[in-house]
Design a protein around this ligand. Structure first.
Ligand SMILES: [Fe+2]
Length: 197
């Protein structure tokens, strides 16, 4: 396996030792190496060129995420959907841990998600429970019924099953590591406005 993947695996394993991640989902074992076909989305370059502020303890993880980028199968989760081409060209994502990821497991899914400055990821929900770790940059996280929170590198936020949530970046981009547990196969759907609290 390419050294960039094994390096990312090691860094991801280290990040799962952070107490909040450890509690949400310990690093899954065993993992199977799963050869994937690289695919580069239009948004991938935005993340690969990112230099937004990053906490010291996450700097190695962030570099490993960027280094493995050229090998990754970048996702186009909302292609052809109501968010439009501009969003699709800005939303960068690849999977690290999961059934179809380079490190295969059925216990959880782990993705990197990247949003450039000035992007709004509208209200959406999914049955999987979700934990975001902000790796670099900054963004405003909203959960239905709660006050929005501006989070930076090193902060985490938990989304319970099916709770609508949204994310807005302002003057900085944001790089996040997103963990799913529970229902790992049902995709996110946009939330109808009348459901929001
Ligand atoms: Fe989510």
């Amino acid at each position: 396996m390419d050294q960039r993947w094994t390096n990312l695996l090691r860094e991801t394993q280290a990040v799962h030792k952070l107490p909040t991640l450890q509690k949400f989902c310990p690093f899954p074992t065993p993992l199977a190496e799963n050869p994937i076909t690289p695919y580069k989305s239009k948004a991938a370059d935005l993340m690969l060129n990112d230099r937004s502020p990053c906490a010291d303890h996450l700097a190695g993880f962030r570099e490993a995420l960027i280094d493995a980028g050229p090998l990754a199968q970048w996702r186009e989760t909302y292609k052809g959907g109501p968010l439009g081409q501009d969003f699709e060209d800005s939303f960068a994502c690849y999977e690290i841990l999961g059934r179809d990821a380079p490190f295969a497991t059925d216990q959880m899914r782990g993705f990197v998600l990247y949003f450039p400055a000035g992007l709004h990821y509208p209200w959406h929900h999914h049955p999987a429970e979700e934990l975001y770790l902000v790796v670099a940059g900054q963004g405003e996280f909203a959960i239905s019924g709660e006050e929005p929170r501006m989070l930076s590198s090193g902060n985490t936020i938990y989304h319970r099953s099916n709770i609508p949530h949204a994310l807005t970046t302002h003057d900085q981009p944001i790089m996040t590591y997103v963990l799913w547990r529970g229902d790992l196969t049902t995709k996110p759907v946009l939330t109808a406005p009348e459901v929001l609290l």
